[in-house]
Design a protein around this ligand. Structure first.
Ligand code: MAN
Length: 564
């Protein structure tokens, strides 16, 4: 039987103090005294139907199937021990009904001793400081009562332990407060992120519209110049216009010359006819001549435009002046490096500003409509993007990236808030990323809470990942607690599981379990490689202490006695 098991009923023992005034048989605690009140007949505790004369209690012969008739001897020690020891559960238990031989340990703490240790010739001071278990003096052994000194020593240790537990408990409280603060911080950040996301979504929409608008305006530009191209379409257009103008100029000159020729020939004919009319002899009755004169007179009387319009002819003179003389210098527009758009603006510069911008807008709108209706080709994408457009696109891309980052951030924080992996009271939130390390053999081992475990060769070289944190679990442990308290003890313990570490040659990916127990400081106590590349670490931390200071995360209070 373990020390803790033997001591576990101490509270029951003390609690039952009022139950009995009658002297109890040897080895019976106050809790079980009620079964031994009748001093004539004894009923076996788990099988009350089996009754014995009271004289057979402690007669060193095992009569009851549950051993209850031998509370003060080792006669029933061969029966399975009661587990867990409890008077309430005794009726259901087919094994021993009693937790053990009861040592009163006056001046210290009462305890149960395994029946096997009764009268075995060895003083079991750890549990029975009063030496009462060796009452038969087997082999001449007599165990003196050492409870006074042992109790004093234990009290000293217990005070130190309580003090340490108190400090650990306070530290845990601080960790829980810190964890709550961090959680609140995450919640606040979530709210801020939601607002930021709304704002950025709006910004993205605006920038998308802006990019579309700039693209549309770009399309509205009359002509664009390809990079490296000398001149451009405008130059071609200017060239064509120039030669067309020259052609028209020539034709007009030729037509004017012909007009002047026909005009002078007509004048000559009219003069001849006028002479003919004035000089013919009307008395000479020639019908043909008379008809010709009459036709001439009708022609001459008709209202006719002058052969040459003098005002229009002056205009023609103007039109037919050389291009240079009329102020049109083709060289200005031909083959220059300036884009045709600039040429357009140069043209517009001749206009008053209000008309210029109105005209410019109209031209652009018209061009856009023509492109959209399919009458004009969209040349906007064919050449280098304008600075305005690339700036707008860059701003949009940045806003989109910001939005994505915010969304990812929000998701991570929401997951973090929902996670149950921060342990009771969220306490590990405050420890996440805190690292502790210790040397063992050729390595320094490091545990970073809720992150990973690492093996670092002391001689230098690469670090080995022994697993990344995956979850928290609980396990039951049952270990002797070392005197310095740096161990797991027994009870339920929290475990941080780590998986997916560096692959082990000829083995699995490294994994590790970090078993936690209450301590004043975060520290690694023990490292074991249980199987190849499967590690077990024992770590102390205030995070698993009981805030009441009783040291939960460690075994129940009974373990304190181990420190004796
Ligand atoms: C290294 C260490 C050991 C491990 C071996 C396996 O030496 O990580 O812990 O057992 O590799 O090859």
């Amino acid at each position: 039987m373990r020390v803790e098991e033997a001591l576990v009923c101490l509270s029951c023992v003390v609690g039952g103090a009022l139950a009995a005034n009658a002297p109890r048989p040897r080895g019976v605690s106050l809790d079980f005294a009620k079964y031994y009140k009748d001093t004539t007949t004894f009923s076996c505790i788990s099988n009350p139907a089996i009754q014995l004369p009271f004289a057979r209690v402690n007669d060193d012969y095992c009569d009851c199937p549950d051993g209850s008739d031998e509370p003060g001897t080792s006669a029933c020690a061969h029966l399975s021990p009661l587990s867990p020891p409890s008077p309430a559960g005794a009726a259901a238990n087919v094994a021993l009904a009693l937790p053990g031989f009861y040592c009163k340990n006056k001046g210290h703490i009462p305890a149960y001793l395994p029946f096997t240790n009764v009268n075995d010739g060895i003083c079991d001071y750890e549990l029975c400081c009063d030496g009462s278990e060796e009452w038969a003096g087997v082999g001449g052994v007599k165990c003196e009562d050492r409870c006074k000194e042992i109790g004093k020593e234990w009290k000293k240790h217990d005070e130190a332990r309580q003090k340490s537990l108190g400090i650990a408990a306070r530290k845990r409280k601080e960790l829980v407060t810190e964890a709550a603060r961090i959680r609140q911080e995450v919640q606040d950040r979530v709210q801020t992120l939601k607002t930021e996301i709304e704002g950025t979504e709006l910004k993205v929409k605006q920038l998308e519209a802006e990019v579309k608008d700039v693209e549309r305006r770009e399309r509205g530009k009359v002509v664009k110049t390809a990079p490296g191209q000398k001149g451009g379409k405008m130059s071609v257009l200017v060239g064509l216009a120039k030669s067309r103008m020259a052609e028209l100029h020539q034709s007009l000159t030729r037509v004017r010359r012909e007009r002047d020729d026909y005009s002078s020939r007509l004048q000559e004919l009219e003069n001849l006819l006028m002479i003919f009319k004035a000089e013919y002899n009307p008395n000479f009755n020639d019908e043909g001549v008379k008809r010709a004169v009459r036709a001439w007179e009708e022609y001459a009387a008709r209202d006719k435009e002058p052969l040459v319009n003098v005002a229009a002819d002056i205009d023609l003179d103007e039109i037919l002046k050389s291009d240079k003389d009329s102020g049109l210098d083709w060289d200005e527009y031909e083959g220059g490096e300036d884009s045709e758009t600039d040429a357009l603006y140069t043209f517009e510069n001749y206009l008053p500003p209000s008309i210029r911008s109105w005209l410019d807008q109209k031209l652009r709108d018209l061009r856009i409509r023509l492109i959209e209706a399919g009458f004009l080709a969209d040349n906007s994408g064919a050449s280098t993007e304008s600075k305005a457009l690339s700036d707008a696109r860059a701003q949009l891309e940045k806003a989109q990236q910001d939005l994505e980052n915010h969304r990812e951030d929000l998701e991570t924080r929401n997951e973090e808030l929902a996670s149950k992996d921060f342990g009771p009271d969220d306490v590990f939130r405050a420890l996440k990323g805190t690292c502790v390390s210790t040397d063992s053999g050729e390595y320094t081992y490091e545990v970073c809470f809720l992150q990973q475990t690492t093996q670092k060769p002391k001689k230098g070289g690469g670090h080995t990942n022994m697993g990344n944190f995956v979850r928290l679990e609980t396990i039951d442990v049952d270990e002797e607690l070392p005197a310095n308290g740096k161990g797991l003890g027994s009870g339920r313990r929290l475990v941080m599981r780590h998986e997916g570490g560096q692959h082990c040659w000829n083995g699995p990916d490294r994994s590790s379990s970090v078993i936690l127990a209450c301590a004043e400081e975060n520290e690694i106590w023990k490292i074991m490689e249980e199987e190849k590349c499967v590690y077990r670490l024992e770590v102390g931390t205030p995070a698993v202490c009981d805030e009441g200071g009783s040291g939960s995360g460690r075994a129940n209070d009974a373990s304190a006695k181990d420190e004796l």
